[in-house]
Design a protein around this ligand. Structure first.
Ligand code: SAM
Length: 323
């Protein structure tokens, strides 16, 4: 991957978004979404600054560039826009975790074609990152989100990377009109789910008397899987302490097998309360091979390259033995 290409692409997206933001007096993220659309549609809808934008966009697509470079550049621009907007619900899955998820999915599926759903897809940074690392050519991808602005960015992101993703602007906890998938991935939204009527359609709607969004998304993910399909989620560590009456524990036992639980380094998070882990489950069916032993591990700090490489080798060996 060329760092210069990523920074050149970011510079084009950034300069264009600043120009459009000024011209139309709109937030940076909306201007970024318009920028992406003008580039992939090859049609600029800004009369006053058309010439400047044309000159900028002339250098965007060039030979040898990759979708992953576009994802990284777009990710930098989204991060800039989110910082400016200060909206607490706008979050992006960090790059290190996108790479980790992509690596795990490519270990699980190898060269097999597969279908993948992200029921809280946000900007599709995670979903497109996984698709970019897939070894199979043929990936059917689906994403849902309630946030219109993030979903607009997701559509733009996917189009710029020439990724075919079916997006649904809807609550990811309501019924999803798709066939069962091979994999469900999600950086789950954490908190209390406000829609009582929908919550009542879930078994996990009363954990300690509350309907927590993060538990409901796990149940929804398992529902959306084919038998023996995989659920790969970023979950809050506190989920296990919230499950005092072990409803969740028993639910998982009935429907799935825990393959791995990787506790991420604390340095990635603001504090202990915000800390997260990667959870990998396989939906049960009679023939599901039971993992001899789940992979339970604490991941080393991502800045310790040596330790991280050692950990990844151990993880790859574990997958090679299991699959
Ligand atoms: N993986 C995403 C990315 O790469 O941009 C980031 C996901 S972000 C941590 C969580 C997402 O959950 C937000 O985009 C938010 O809008 C979405 N969300 C929250 N509640 C939701 C719901 N009920 N249905 C669908 N999406 C929801």
């Amino acid at each position: 991957m060329q760092t210069t290409t990523v920074s050149e692409l970011f510079s084009i997206l950034n300069q264009s978004s600043i120009l459009i933001k000024k011209q139309r007096q709109i937030p940076y993220l909306e201007a970024l979404s318009a920028t992406g659309r003008y580039i992939y549609e090859d049609r600029i809808g800004e009369e006053g600054i058309k010439k400047e934008l044309e000159t900028l966009y002339a250098h965007f697509f060039h030979e040898g560039m990759t979708a992953e470079e576009i994802r990284r550049a777009f990710q930098l621009a989204i991060l800039k826009g989110m910082k400016e907007a200060h909206l607490p619900n706008h979050e992006l899955t960090p790059d290190s975790l996108v790479l980790l998820f992509g690596h795990i999915v490519s270990l699980l599926m190898n060269e097999r074609p597969f279908s993948v759903l992200d029921p809280a897809v946000g900007t599709a940074n995670l979903l497109t990152g996984i698709m970019n690392q897939a070894k199979a050519e043929d990936v059917a991808a689906y994403g849902a989100d309630t946030d219109g602005l993030l979903l607009n960015l997701a559509v733009t992101n996917a189009n710029l990377q020439q990724k075919d993703i079916h997006f649904f602007h809807q609550d990811g906890l309501k019924p999803l009109l798709i066939e069962p998938c091979d994999i469900v991935v999600c950086d789950v939204p954490v908190g209390i789910y406000p829609d009582k009527k929908t919550a009542e359609t879930y078994e996990l709607n009363e954990i300690g008397g509350k309907a927590y969004t993060h538990f409901l998304f796990i149940e929804q993910g398992i529902k959306a899987l084919k038998d023996s399909g995989y659920l790969l989620y970023l979950i809050p560590n506190r989920l296990f302490s919230e499950d005092r009456e072990r409803h969740f524990h028993r639910f998982i036992h009935r429907h799935a097998v825990i393959l791995a639980l990787l506790q991420l380094p604390l340095s990635l998070f603001k504090n202990q309360e915000a800390a997260k882990s990667v959870l990998l489950l396989q939906k049960k069916e009679r023939e599901t091979a039971q993992a001899n032993q789940a992979l339970l591990a604490e991941m080393p700090s991502f800045s310790n390259q040596e330790e991280l490489r050692r950990f990844m080798r151990k993880m790859d060996d574990w997958f090679a033995r299991r699959l």
